[in-house]
Design a protein around this ligand. Structure first.
Ligand code: AOF
Ligand code: ZN
Length: 356
């Protein structure tokens, strides 16, 4: 009987909640009886039933009598609190499987070991840590937020083979291909916030929404220190919640929120504070080169996704230089090549064969 295979299946099930469950983690569960899966479940949407509950509910009536002789595999410690739903730990105690095998403990303060305690306290055997590294990678945004108390930070950019980020005059210039662009839009649906600097907002006039992929619109963040950006830019169009980091004022106008920061001190730290307060678990920084380099210099990044394009430039703005980076993997996206790195000191290193 391959225990790892059953847990891998839970992680695969969990992934079905990608882009739909944040700020909750992605969780998958299954019941195994003598080497066979008798039911599966996963957390499908924020606010909806948890994985374990969906799994128990999926057991066919004629097989319910097998539950006491089955093992519950679940990719996260069962919850112990009354949140949007009652505690999964109590449901487990009621159903009484023979054993519960968990991938990762849940650092969420309302759970944090209490779920496993409830199950063990009821005399049900538990085991934790099966494929723990894979689970940490899967829910790296959730774990980062609850253990490091800041969002998981992804740097994203495109560069030519010669290492240029954009043409010298910085006009809008699509360098990566349409497949990479669609992938980027998918990524936008999977992160809670995306950010650009002042020059990028002005010269690229990006919309910063997910249009080529169905899903959630992330919070948009732009730096506009002196509130000098043109109000007609697409980032101010009210099509998504937008934070405007500036040194002049606080306040909101419909979906635009002005956040006053102290620009005589580093603003990345101040931004982290606000993101933490708002429960934003992930941030993708999309440019420009100066802003990306700022995050690199501050050591404030976890993952970098770099499209090396087939496009060629003789001169241009130099691409950011990563430091303390570990190569995770590279992949062909049509004519582009995607390179993924993680920070050398990351608590969530990439695990081979896992998805982004
Ligand atoms: C589980 N199984 O499938 C998930 C868990 O607001 P609620 O009630 O949905 O609770 C959210 C918290 O529950 C979340 O922060 C995390 O600690 C845990 N998520 N727990 O037992 C699941 N999604
Ligand atoms: Zn639960």
């Amino acid at each position: 009987m391959d225990r790892q295979l059953f847990m891998k299946r839970c992680l695969e099930l969990a992934l079905q909640g990608r882009g739909k469950v944040a700020p909750n983690p992605m969780v998958g569960a299954l019941l195994e009886y003598r080497g066979q899966i008798i039911a599966e479940g996963f957390h499908a949407a924020y606010g909806s039933a948890h994985a374990e509950v969906n799994c128990f509910d999926a057991v066919p009536p004629e097989r319910r009598h097998l539950i006491p002789d089955s093992t519950l595999y679940v990719s996260l410690e069962p919850c112990a609190h009354y949140g949007k739903t009652p505690p999964c730990a109590l449901r487990i105690v009621k159903e009484r499987p023979k054993k519960v095998i968990v991938c990762n403990e849940d650092p969420f303060p309302a759970v944090d070991g209490k779920g496993l305690q409830i199950v063990e306290g009821a005399g049900i055997e538990t085991e934790t840590g099966l494929l723990a590294d894979q689970g940490l990678w899967l829910n790296r945004r959730f774990f980062c937020f609850h253990t490091l108390h800041r969002p998981y930070i992804i740097l994203k950019w495109a560069q030519t083979r010669e290492g240029f980020f954009a043409p010298v005059n910085r006009t809008r210039h699509q360098m990566s291909n349409s497949h990479s662009l669609q992938l980027l839009h998918r990524w936008r649906t999977e992160e809670s916030a995306i950010m650009v600097g002042t020059k990028t907002a002005a010269s690229d006039n990006p919309q910063l929404t997910a249009r080529l992929w169905e899903g959630r619109q992330p919070l948009r963040i732009v730096i506009d220190r002196k509130l000098a950006l043109d109000g007609d830019l697409r980032i101010f169009d009210g099509s998504a919640n937008t934070w405007i980091l500036n040194e002049i004022k606080n306040g909101s106008v419909e979906k635009n929120t002005f956040l006053q920061l102290d620009f005589s001190n580093p603003i990345t730290g101040q931004l982290m504070h606000h993101l933490r307060q708002e429960g934003v678990q992930s941030l993708m920084v999309e440019g420009g080169a100066d802003l990306l380099q700022r995050f690199i210099a501050d050591g404030l990044w976890d993952e970098a996704r770099i499209f090396e394009t087939a496009h060629s430039l003789d001169e241009g703005v130099a691409a950011p230089q990563l430091s303390k980076a570990v190569h995770a993997f590279s992949a062909d996206i049509g004519t582009d090549r995607l390179h993924v790195y993680t920070h050398r000191d990351s608590r969530f290193p990439y695990v081979q064969e896992m998805e982004l």
